[in-house]
Design a binder for this molecule. Structure first.
Ligand code: GLN
Length: 286
């Protein structure tokens, strides 16, 4: 017979053996999910005995995590901007540092901002949070993979934003974005193809390669996005890109090739890494 506390101890030791980085936290999140409790309820009821069905379900979760499947794929959800987003194997799991892209975007919203494009929307996080926070703007979400787009649409529906977002199933490398836009945001795939196998098992074995793979150089998507965005932005419109922390020189050099991009700025994330690059399209009237 196992109670919550002894199950958590067992689960923690299983996950520690498997090399999981946060074995106790993951054990708590997974058991809370299996028992449909919050983490604090779990700790309050730590002496409660698990029945057979609960134990079986909780053990399956631990077994999956032991194989280094990400917690969010086991629970089916990831929190971003304090909201819960549905995720599965077809979408990149939203990362906390991507919230900086949202903060940067919100700081650039003005009464003149009409419409926003999220390029490569994946689970839809950027489009959806912008639709919620910039409620006067129309939002478009573009994504090449129909399976990812299905998740993004479901997330928009779950958050009551389905009517606020236009979804386009398109390849962002083709100039067909439906602009001009006041703002274009993107967190494109930016890991170099040769580095993907060096990533943690959670990422390389479970997240969609096409959401990660930025080509041999890692910056192939920026090479496509930066020239196209000039024609897809209104005058004074903003291009805001998430980048890998070692890509700042290459990406800003790509922007500087076009005199249409002005006020190029780099913003650091909370770990101190260069994470977001922002540029504004010139205005013919200065
Ligand atoms: N826009 C999504 C996110 O930031 C997906 C990004 C991607 O698949 N590269 O999480």
């Amino acid at each position: 017979m196992k109670n919550i506390n002894s199950f958590l101890n067992w689960s923690e030791s299983q996950l520690t053996q498997a090399g999981v980085l946060s074995p106790r936290l993951d054990s708590e999140v997974l058991l809370a999910h299996a028992l449909k409790l919050s983490r604090s309820q779990l700790l309050i009821h730590s002496k409660k005995t698990l029945n057979e069905a609960e134990k079986k379900c909780a053990e399956i979760n631990v077994r999956r995590r032991r194989k280094r499947e990400p917690v969010s794929l086991i629970t089916g959800y990831q929190e971003f901007w304090s909201l819960d987003f549905l995720v599965d194997e077809n979408v990149l799991i939203p990362r906390p540092e991507t919230e900086l892209l949202i903060e940067t975007g919100l700081n650039c919203i003005s009464p003149a901002s009409k419409n926003i494009l999220d390029l490569g929307t994946g689970s839809g996080v950027l489009a959806l949070v912008m639709a919620k926070e910039a409620s006067a703007c129309k939002v478009t979400a573009l994504e090449i993979d129909p399976k990812a787009l299905k998740i993004a649409k479901q997330n928009a529906k779950n958050h009551g934003m389905r009517d606020r977002i236009k979804f386009l199933c398109k390849d962002l490398r083709k100039e067909d974005w439906g602009g001009p836009y006041s703002m274009i945001l993107s967190n494109p795939p930016y890991i170099s193809s040769t580095d993907i196998d060096k990533l943690m098992p959670e990422v390389k074995n479970y997240e969609p390669r096409k959401a990660l793979d930025g080509g041999l150089t890692g910056i192939e998507f920026y090479k496509s996005i930066i020239p196209i965005a000039i024609n897809q932005l209104e005058e004074k419109g903003f291009l805001i890109l998430e980048i890998g922390h070692n890509q700042v020189n290459e990406v800003t050099a790509l922007l500087r090739q076009f005199s249409a991009y002005q006020k190029i700025e780099v913003i650091k994330d909370y770990s101190g890494y260069n994470r977001v690059v922002k540029a504004q399209k010139e205005s013919r009237y200065g």
